[in-house]
Write a protein that binds this ligand. Structure first.
Ligand code: FAD
Length: 446
C-alpha cells in the first residue's frame, strides 16, 4: 500500500461510517454550512443492491422521528414505512392476542427497511454541495498527535487531516479503538448468549399480508423468540432469536431435518407460512448481539463518537437507531450552545447522553426477558392494562415506561426514574387500600 501525503482539509469535518447516524449527521452539519467528508468502508449501497447487507427492518419511534424532522426529512421517510399499532402475540397453540401500543391511535411505531432509509439519507447528504461521500474507504489508523486519519481504499493508504472527526462506524468502531488506545478509557462489552437469524414471510399473490400487516408480531417462547416487522409490499421480515449453543440451538440446527424439527416443536403455526424456510435458514447468516458501554466518547476538541460506536444495545427495545439519531441532535445542539469551544461542546454532549444510553442498555436487556417470557403472562397483561387505564385517567401524570421510551423524548434515565416513582406510588396506594379495607372490615365487625 502506498501512502499519499496528508491532505489538509481545512475546516472540513470527517465522518467515519456512512451508516444511519453518519449519513444523518453529515446532513445536519451540511445544513449548518459545515463541509463534511464521509468515509464509508462499504461500496455505495445505492449501486447494485444491498452490498452484503441484510434486510433488517427497524422500528422507528419518537426520538428518531424528532431527529429526522429536524433535518426536514420526515415527510419523505414516512411513506417508506408501515405503521405498527401494537403487538400481536402468537401463542404455541396458534392463538393470537393484540396489545395496542397506546390508548390512542397516535402512539404507533413505524417499520422501515434499514437499507432503504440509509440510501435515502445518503441521497440527501450527497445532494448537499457541502458533502463529499467516499465509499470503499475503511478507517485503518488514527494519528492523534498529528490529527490525521489513515484510510484504506482499494489497497491504497490515504491520509487526510480533517478539522475534526466523528466516529459513526458502529458497534465495532475502529475510530473508538484508535481514539481510546493508550488513554484511560472505560470499555465494557457483553455478548448475548443468543444470536439471531432473519427469515422472510412472503406476501400473498394479491399483495395482501398473511398476518395482520400493521403490527409487530411476537412469538414468545422461553427457548426462542420470533419478532416480525411488516414491509410495504405485504411481506414481513422475521427475526428469530435463539441460543447459540445447547439443545435446539443454532449450533444443533444445521440440517433440513433439524430445522423442521425445531419449528414443529416451538413454532408450528409458522410452518405453513414459510414454504422456503429451509433454504432461507441455510442461506442467511447468524448474527450476534452485543452491548457496549464506554467512556470517554471524545478526545479534546478533535474526535467524538455517535451511535453504536459509543453505545451499542440489544435490539429488544427497538432503540438503537432511535438513540443514534438522538445523539446526532444532541451533538448538534451542544455545538450550537458552545460556539467555538468544541471541546466543551463534546464534553457537554457526552455528559448529557451517557447516563441515559447506559440506562437504555439495561432497559434493552430487561426487555429481552419481557419479550420472550412476560408478554404472555396474565399478570404482565393485567399490569399493562392497569398502566394504560391509569394513563387514560391521569394522562399528564401517569406515563407507562414503554410509552416514555418509545413515544416521547424524555431522556431514558429520567423515564426510568419516573417509572420507578410511579411503581412506588402504586405499591403505596395498594398497601394503603388494603389497610383501609382491613380497618373498615374490623370496624364493621366490631
Ligand atoms: P451502523 O448502522 O452500524 O453504521 C456504521 C457504518 O460504519 C456502517 O455503514 C459500516 O460499514 C461503517 N464502518 C464500520 N467500520 C468502518 C471503518 N473502519 N471505516 C469506515 N466505515 C466503517 N434500532 C432501532 O432503533 N429500532 C429497531 O427496531 C432495531 N432493530 C434491530 C434489530 C437487529 C436484529 C439489530 C442487529 C439491530 C437493531 N437496531 C434497531 C439497532 C440499529 O440497527 C443500530 O443501532 C443502528 O444501525 C446504529 O447506527 P450507527 O450509524 O451507529 O451504526
Amino acid at each position: 500500500a502506498t501512502a499519499t501525503d496528508a491532505e489538509a482539509d481545512n475546516g472540513r469535518v470527517a465522518i467515519v461510517g456512512g451508516g444511519l447516524a453518519g449519513s444523518l449527521l453529515a446532513l445536519s452539519l451540511a445544513r449548518q454550512g459545515v463541509g463534511v467528508d464521509v468515509y464509508e468502508r462499504r461500496p455505495d449501497p445505492r449501486l447494485g443492491g444491498d452490498a452484503g447487507g441484510r434486510s433488517i427492518n427497524l422500528g422507528l419511534s419518537k426520538r428518531g422521528i424528532q431527529a429526522l424532522t429536524e433535518v426536514g426529512l420526515i415527510d419523505e421517510v414516512m411513506p417508506l414505512s408501515v405503521t405498527m399499532r401494537g403487538r400481536v402475540i402468537h401463542s404455541p397453540d396458534g392463538g393470537t392476542r393484540f396489545q395496542p401500543y397506546g390508548k390512542n391511535g397516535g402512539e404507533v411505531l413505524h417499520s422501515i427497511d434499514r437499507n432503504e432509509l440509509n440510501r435515502l439519507l445518503l441521497d440527501h447528504a450527497q445532494r448537499h454541495p457541502q458533502v463529499r461521500l467516499h465509499f470503499d474507504h475503511r478507517l485503518a489508523h488514527v494519528d492523534k498527535d498529528r490529527r490525521e486519519l489513515e484510510l484504506e481504499s482499494n489497497g491504497e493508504r490515504v491520509r487526510v487531516r480533517p478539522s475534526w472527526v466523528v466516529g459513526a462506524d458502529g458497534a465495532f468502531s475502529r475510530a473508538r479503538q484508535e481514539m481510546q488506545r493508550g488513554e484511560r478509557a472505560d470499555f465494557q462489552q457483553e455478548y448475548l448468549e443468543w444470536g439471531y437469524k432473519e427469515l422472510s414471510l412472503s406476501a400473498l399473490p394479491d399483495g395482501g399480508s398473511q398476518i395482520e400487516l400493521e403490527a409487530l408480531h411476537v412469538w414468545p417462547r422461553l427457548h426462542g423468540l420470533f419478532v416480525s416487522h411488516p414491509n410495504r409490499d405485504g411481506s414481513h421480515t422475521l427475526t428469530l432469536f435463539l441460543p447459540f449453543e445447547g439443545p435446539d440451538s443454532f449450533a444443533t440446527t444445521t440440517g433440513e431435518a433439524e430445522v423442521k424439527a425445531l419449528f414443529d416443536k416451538y413454532f408450528p403455526d409458522l410452518v405453513p407460512l414459510l414454504p422456503n424456510l429451509v433454504d432461507d435458514w441455510m442461506s442467511h447468516p447468524t448474527g450476534s448481539l452485543t452491548t457496549i458501554r464506554t467512556g470517554r466518547w471524545h478526545r479534546d476538541d478533535w474526535i467524538v463518537l455517535v451511535g453504536d460506536a459509543c453505545h451499542a444495545v440489544y435490539p429488544f427495545y427497538g432503540q438503537g437507531m432511535n438513540s443514534a439519531f438522538e445523539d446526532c441532535s444532541a451533538l448538534m445542539a451542544a455545538l450550537a450552545r458552545h460556539g467555538q469551544n468544541r471541546a466543551a461542546a463534546f464534553a457537554a454532549y457526552e455528559q448529557s447522553r451517557r447516563p441515559h444510553t447506559d440506562t437504555l442498555a439495561e432497559l434493552s436487556k430487561a426487555n429481552f426477558v419481557e419479550l420472550k417470557q412476560k408478554v404472555k403472562s396474565p399478570w404482565f397483561v393485567a399490569r399493562k392494562r392497569l398502566d394504560v387505564a391509569l394513563n387514560r385517567f391521569l394522562p399528564k401524570t401517569w406515563l407507562p415506561l414503554y410509552t416514555m421510551i418509545a413515544h416521547t423524548t424524555i431522556p431514558y434515565g429520567d423515564a426510568l426514574a419516573r417509572a420507578h416513582r410511579q411503581e412506588r406510588f402504586l405499591a403505596g396506594s395498594a398497601v394503603g387500600l388494603a389497610g383501609a379495607i382491613g380497618v373498615g372490615a374490623w370496624l364493621w365487625l366490631a
